[in-house]
Design a protein around this ligand. Structure first.
Ligand code: F0G
Length: 458
């Protein structure tokens, strides 16, 4: 059979509220034309993020009931610890309340004056945690990653030549090489095993720690199985183990490939680093056998990590994102190609060629998808990453103007995706009618969360 079905049936449903365009116009104006400020109940299909938005399985809910909420040495911790060790092969597992907490602890422990980190592309929280310590984060994606329509099977790879040169230039100031799998900021694109191995070989030869940001490790492993010669016959679990075996540490947000609504962890091999990390953990997260999670959260993650590696699940997962992209491509909608593992990234600069980047084409497009069909995505462009030069008042733009439509795991069905595609195609047909925005308020940091806009007068 050619049709790939959702490998589950639905036991519990949550209604979504239908709204009219007129109602949504009022909602959006009230929210200052910023979808972060819209209430979730006013959204029909929420593609804001795939983080913490998964549907849990009946086995996960059963595991929740088994949660042992003891402060120290809870049974749930040992179940969680054993599952993480058996999948990753790391001997040391430090639980945290989510991914960024694992990052914060790792970068505090590694911090030295003038420390540098190099990665394929640091995710925002990773970069922010590094910069908060006055350390530096350098992104070295391959050149193909910055051209949305350029096809490449492993667009998440790091540029190895530039990595070697940067390591040689900065020597032992480079504390770690961080490979984010899949590369979220670059389009949810996978990293090949070959690239991971070579990047870490170079890192190690310069004394840098080899770190995997593992949020979407299962999706990345599935892409390796499908696309990298020599891995066709390996199971996704074997591939994931091989990926982790190359690294000295990993940080994980269990809100993605943990199929859980909250949680995370840091894994290590070095006892000395682990002792320092645990001391910080006790200070900021909690005792080392729960680290900011409830026992029931650790149970849900232990079960989720097993389910996420099921190959029929991953086949359905990756195929459903690809199906969405094919529908859009058939109408000529510009986007990052090939589609990534967890999201579609619309190329708003190409979609809305007539709107100058100073008028936020990504924000305009995201807002119109909400007005037209109640769909919520997120701008990843000048609103999120643009920096205003205080002297000239001019804005420095990031490499791309994107709108990410992230697909929550096991939440929406094929007809939700069909509907979303219909909305986007309809907006694409009348794209020249859309008009720019002007920013009326911005906070000094992470402005996209609270910025306010109004329609541009021109
Ligand atoms: N690393 C990557 C690659 C991520 O995508 C995220 C979160 C984190 C780290 C931080 O994890 O949220 O558990 O603290 N990404 C979410 C997103 C927020 O929407 O892509 P966290």
């Amino acid at each position: 059979m050619k049709t790939i079905i959702e490998p589950f049936k639905i036991k519990s449903v949550e209604p979504i509220r239908m709204t009219t365009r007129e109602e949504r116009e009022g909602i959006l104006a009230e929210a200052g034309y910023n979808l972060f400020l819209v209430r979730a109940e006013d959204v029909l299909i929420d593609f804001l993020t795939d983080s913490g938005t998964s549907s849990m399985s009946s086995e996960q809910w059963a595991a929740v009931m088994r949660g042992d909420e003891s402060y120290a040495g809870a049974r749930s911790f040992y179940r969680f610890d054993e599952r993480v060790r058996s999948i990753t092969g790391f001997p040391i597992v430090i639980p945290t309340h989510q991914g960024r907490a694992a990052e914060k602890i790792l970068f505090h422990v590694l911090h030295r004056d003038g420390a540098i980190y190099i990665g394929n592309t640091h995710f925002d929280t990773t970069r922010a945690n590094i910069e908060q310590l006055n350390d530096e984060a350098i992104d070295l994606p391959i050149p193909e990653a910055l051209v949305p329509a350029r096809m490449h099977p492993f667009k998440g790879n790091i540029d190895l030549e530039k990595l070697a040169a940067t390591l040689a230039r900065h020597g032992d100031r480079v504390r770690a090489v961080i490979m984010t799998v899949t590369n979220n900021s670059g389009g949810g694109q996978p990293v090949s095993m070959e690239n991971l191995r070579e990047a870490f070989r170079l890192a190690r030869s310069h004394g840098a720690l080899c770190v995997i940001d593992a949020c979407r490790f299962a999706e990345n492993a599935y892409f390796i199985q499908q696309r990298e010669p020599g891995y066709e016959r390996k199971s996704v679990l074997e591939i994931a183990r091989e990926m982790f075996s190359l690294a000295d540490a990993s940080t994980m947000s269990a809100k993605k490939d943990g199929l859980a609504n909250i949680g995370g962890f840091l894994t290590l091999r070095d006892e000395d680093l682990a002792a320092q990390a645990r001391n910080l953990l006790i200070l900021t997260e909690g005792f080392p056998t729960y680290g900011g999670m409830a026992g029931r959260d650790m149970e849900a993650i232990a079960q989720g990590l097993q389910e996420v590696l099921a190959e029929d699940y991953l086949r359905y997962r990756i195929r459903s994102v690809e199906y969405f992209s094919e529908k859009l491509q058939s109408g000529g909608v510009p986007m990052i190609l090939p589609p990534g593992g967890h999201a579609i990234y619309l190329d708003a600069a190409a979609f809305l060629e007539h709107i100058p980047r100073e008028q936020f084409p990504g924000q305009v497009l995201a807002n119109e998808l909400f007005l037209a069909g109640g769909i919520r995505g997120v701008e990843i462009g000048t609103v999120m990453f643009g920096k205003r030069d205080p002297e000239s008042g001019r804005t420095r733009h990031p490499a791309m103007e994107l709108v990410r439509l992230a697909i929550p795991r096991r939440v929406y069905t094929q007809s939700h995706v069909d509907f979303a595609a219909e909305v986007i195609l309809e907006v694409h047909q009348r794209r020249t009618e859309l008009r720019g925005l002007r920013m009326t308020y911005e906070a000094p940091f992470l402005r996209h969360f609270t910025a306010r806009f109004e329609p541009h007068p021109a």
